[in-house]
Design a protein around this ligand. Structure first.
Ligand code: SF4
Ligand code: SF4
Length: 82
């Protein structure tokens, strides 16, 4: 899963791009729910939030480092549940 750092300027552009609705407005900045973020695996070739973020403040969440297979399984869980 990815993580939005405090460099976030609340520009709002990433939130509508997320195919998993993993991005939400937190207490001060936008945040990513790690259990919903597949790093866009299953939907796109690259993380859409990173592509659109103007200040490049979205990084891999060090507490949620996942390999491709794990991300794909998360994608499958999320799409089956939906
Ligand atoms: Fe959403 Fe993809 Fe960004 Fe994760 S990487 S928060 S799934 S847009
Ligand atoms: Fe914050 Fe980047 Fe999302 Fe804009 S695109 S709200 S700066 S994380």
């Amino acid at each position: 899963a990815l993580l939005i750092t405090e460099e976030c300027i609340n520009c709002d552009v990433c939130e509508p791009q997320c195919p998993n609705s993993a991005i939400y407005f937190g207490e001060e900045i936008y945040e990513i729910n790690p259990s919903l973020c597949t790093e866009c695996v299953g939907h796109f070739d690259e993380p859409q939030c990173q592509v659109v973020c103007p200040v490049e403040c979205i990084l891999v969440n060090p507490e949620h480092v996942e390999d491709q297979q794990t991300l794909l399984e998360k994608f499958e869980r999320l799409t089956t549940a939906a």
